[in-house]
Design a protein around this ligand. Structure first.
Ligand code: HEM
Ligand code: HEM
Length: 182
């Protein structure tokens, strides 16, 4: 038997290695993005620490966009991985959660980037002042920022549901689901 495959009664295929790496890199980048933006509030306005945290938020967020775009192409290009065996409703809810994760992980960075590009100020990035090619539009920038901040709540919910489902499979159903992504 191929050592990369789970026993047949689980018939749970592993994702190709590159998708498994990308999965955990995305999680790491999301955790860094969220941590950096929360930690920035510990520093006074205009301080180097605050600017560093803000730049790290941008960098980690852009890394999410790059990795998720790569993931979309790889998913389309690589052979499909068979779904986890189980009831149709379970497979459908897993697919739906994955789709929501794809949408959020692509939309959040795009909204964040658009927020700073329309803000009409130079973008402070690790001591550099980057100039936006877009025309200043403060109301649009504020709206995008609000959508971005609301989107963060949906990120917590979707990632939470996804992680709880994965842990439930692993420890209650005991179908070794983590082998698919490890
Ligand atoms: C930012 C956080 C995360 C994102 C964006 C994410 C995204 C995804 C996506 C899109 C898939 C499906 C792969 C595909 O069909 O393309 C997947 C599978 C999986 N993820 Fe995550 N994930 C995240 C965090 C986590 C965490 C925290 C855990 C565990 C605690 C986890 C465990 C799993 C497992 C076990 C699978 C395989 C499930 C299956 O194939 O149905 N993920 N993840
Ligand atoms: C998956 C990627 C991202 C996630 C999960 C994320 C998440 C967050 C969170 C949780 C906040 C704070 C919300 C609040 O205080 O209520 C925030 C704020 C913000 N984010 Fe992101 N973000 C991401 C990517 C980006 C990117 C790529 C940029 C820009 C390059 C960006 C720009 C901003 C800006 C400008 C704010 C407002 C900060 C402030 O005024 O204090 N974000 N983001």
């Amino acid at each position: 038997m191929n050592p990369d495959r789970a026993p047949d009664h689980m018939s749970a295929d592993k994702y190709p290695a590159i998708l498994r790496y990308v999965h955990w890199l995305v999680l790491l980048a999301v955790v860094l993005a969220v941590a950096a933006i929360q930690v920035q509030d510990l520093f006074p306005r205009g301080s180097t620490g605050r600017l560093f945290m803000r730049s790290s938020h941008y960098a980690a967020g852009v890394a999410v966009l790059v990795l998720m775009t790569l993931r979309v192409f790889l998913r389309a290009w690589l052979p499909a991985t068979a779904p986890v065996p189980g009831a149709a409703w379970m497979q459908r809810s897993a697919q739906l959660t994955h789709l929501v994760l794809y949408i959020l992980m692509l939309a959040m960075p795009v909204l964040g980037i658009a927020t700073v590009l329309y803000a009409g100020k130079p973008i402070a990035f690790y001591g550099l002042d980057l100039y936006s090619p877009l025309q200043e539009n403060q109301p649009l920038s504020r709206l995008l920022k609000e959508i971005h901040e609301t989107g963060a709540t949906f990120v917590y919910i979707a990632v939470g549901l996804h992680a709880v489902a994965a842990l439930w499979h692993q420890f209650v159903v005991r179908d070794h689901i983590f082998r698919r992504v490890l």
